[in-house]
Design a protein around this ligand. Sequence first.
Ligand code: SF4
Ligand code: SF4
Length: 73
Amino acid sequence: MKEAVKGMVVIDEEFCKGCGLCVRICPKKVLAIAEHFNSRGYYPACVVRKEECIGCGFCAQVCPDVAITVYRG
Ligand code: SF4
Ligand code: SF4
């Protein structure tokens, strides 16, 4: 049986300026910098291993642009 999801992270790409802080702080390597631009010309963070998220919220805490929301389950 599959383990229950503990966290779900959502990034609003349009608020992101691609600083990479969230990518660096995530202990589970859930996030990465995307290879496409957002509408402001930044490479935004994206979720690459969503099943690994533990809902710790570190990424949301460090984001200077409040682009990340973490839901805990
Ligand atoms: S909530 Fe924690 S585990 Fe999930 S993406 Fe953010 S830093 Fe990573
Ligand atoms: S910390 Fe915020 S602004 Fe920086 S890359 Fe992550 S989502 Fe984007």
